[in-house]
Design a protein around this ligand. Structure first.
Ligand code: NAD
Length: 491
């Protein structure tokens, strides 16, 4: 069904697929060659209202009548069903994003299923705190906490890891007993729509999970966040969008969790394993064509190995192969859209205007007529920019990085932390003492030492500074997706 060349992607409300009441559609174009992937039904304000009311009704009408054990079984069934329909999800994700098979089949779709599997287990086995309190009469009191779902959760996600990031929020929200109205990015609606089919197949009651399609301001995103029956909002996307959503969430004092932009640094010390550091930096700078919030756009290299590191990174980068998603040896797909490529290319020009040395790349690759309407771009490395250059300070979200030399640990840490963002940092060193000394000094939510993007889903994930508010992952997700009531019983 999804593999067909032309199709309509519909909203999923109260267990049924439907076009919007306004009968408005927008085009979902392939970034590989500009062809039409699907026509997407844009949800009107009335459609979003219907979806939120369906979620609100399901909260008490059906979902809360199912025991915790049965609920977690259903969440696990969702994981299994994604596994059973692996090829459908894979085809849909590759069609929307153009990302290579080697990435989507190993990261995006397996993680989509894993998110449901792990949160089924975590919520099933989560424990509560009990406090025995001493009292003046000597009899004491018992305090214990019960957790309850927060209510209707509005989930808004971006286009770079569509299924992975959507399910990262939907799975714990549902496992904790909430109901969900999800709005995927307008660029990548297909796998979230497929998730609606999966929910019906495994028997998740109608209204527990709903999908509305559309854009941000004046469209489904805004209609969802401002709906008074949405009890909490979880958002992944740009920092500016996060700020706008926070303002809307203030009305009604609604909870918000946000995972926002980054301008991540990597510190490469002369005592590193250079083979690992070069291979790791190729991954951290260019995976998903640089469109991962955790990607490294600033690399700081200790001066004695600077020239060698730059030369080896250039050579490794020039070996990356462009290609359509289905070809097994493709390393690099296109950017998500022509619009995003225009933005990234404007930074490529700004780097040159600011005096950068272009080590490799800097433009658009020659791939022939077939891909002429696509959003292809060269992976790019610069040196020689000042730290206050726009290219060094602003998130580009493309396959590019700037490499700067440093002389001391203090300089490296100072430059890495000199940013409004605080998502992730990487340290390459074989000196364990240095790793332990520096890691806590990084002003980021995550630090990797001698690796990048190695994730244990039980650990807290999120950013410091303007990279977000709150942490999700493992028990941290349960904190966000539940409300606690403390009960104190006097003996
Ligand atoms: P974006 O902020 O433009 O859009 C994200 C989502 O928000 C989309 O679904 C969009 O339709 C919706 N939206 C936009 N304006 C809205 C509004 N006013 N109200 C409600 N919804 C609105 O982000 P993007 O371009 O899709 O994604 C790229 C960004 O996401 C980058 O900044 C990247 O760093 C960030 N990101 C962060 C993480 C993380 O975990 N920290 C992960 C992935 C991506």
């Amino acid at each position: 069904m999804l593999q067909s060349a032309l199709k309509t992607t519909q909203n999923f409300i109260a267990g049924e697929f439907c076009s919007g009441s306004s009968q408005k559609f927008f085009d979902n174009l392939s970034p590989v060659d500009g062809s039409l992937v699907s026509r997407v039904a844009e949800a009107s304000e009335a459609d979003v209202d219907r979806a939120v009311r369906a979620a609100h009704k399901a909260l008490t009408g059906t979902w809360n009548t199912i025991s915790l054990g049965e609920r977690c079984d259903l969440i696990r069934d969702v994981a299994n069903e994604i596994g059973r329909r692996f090829e459908d999800f894979l085809a849909a994700e590759m069609a929307d994003t153009g990302k290579p098979h080697s990435l989507a089949s190993v990261i995006d779709i397996p993680r989509g299923a894993a998110n449901f599997r792990i949160f089924s287990d975590i919520v099933r086995y989560a424990s509560e705190h009990v406090y025995h309190q001493e009292t003046a009469d000597g009899l004491g009191a018992l305090n214990y906490t019960v957790r309850k779902p927060k209510g209707v959760i509005g989930v808004i996600s971006p286009w770079n890891l569509p299924l992975l990031l959507m399910t990262w929020k939907v799975a714990p929200a549902l496992a904790c007993g909430n109901t969900v109205v999800a709005k995927p990015s307008e660029e990548t609606p297909s796998t979230t729509a497929l998730l609606g089919e999966v929910m019906n197949t495994v028997g998740i009651p109608a209204g527990v999970f709903n999908v509305v399609h559309g854009f941000g301001p004046g469209s489904a995103g805004e209609f969802l966040t401002k709906h008074p029956l949405v009890n909490a909002i979880t958002f992944t996307g740009e920092t500016r969008t996060g700020e706008a959503i926070m303002k809307v969430a203030a009305t009604g004092v609604r909870d918000i969790s946000s995972e926002l932009g980054g301008k991540n640094a990597s510190l490469v010390f002369a005592d590193c394993d250079l083979d690992k550091a070069v291979a790791g930096t190729v991954r951290s700078a260019f995976t998903n064509t640089g469109q991962v919030c955790l990607c490294t756009e600033r690399v700081y290299v200790e001066r004695p190995i600077f020239d060698e590191f730059v030369g080896r990174l250039k050579a490794a980068t020039e070996k990356l192969r462009f290609g359509p998603p289905g070809e097994k040896d493709t390393d690099l797909g296109p950017l998500i859209s022509r619009k995003h490529r225009d933005k990234v290319l404007s930074y490529y020009r700004a780097a040159v205007e600011d005096g950068a040395t272009v080590v490799t790349g800097g433009g658009v690759p020659e791939l022939g007529d077939t891909f002429g309407e696509g959003a292809w771009i060269q992976p790019t490395i610069w040196t020689g920019l000042r730290e206050d250059s726009r290219v060094v300070r602003e998130e580009i979200f493309g396959p590019c990085c700037h490499i700067q030399p440093f002389d001391t640990e203090e300089d490296a840490v100072r430059m890495a932390n000199d940013t409004q963002y605080g998502l992730a940092a990487v340290i390459w060193t074989e000196n364990l003492g240095r790793a332990h000394r520096l890691a806590p000094k990084m002003e980021t939510g995550i630090v990797w030492v001698n690796t990048w993007n190695l994730r244990d889903l039980r650990t807290p994930f999120g950013g410091a500074k303007q990279s977000g508010i709150g942490r999700e992952g493992g028990l941290h997700s349960i904190e966000f997706y539940t409300e606690t009531t403390n009960i104190c019983i006097k003996n």
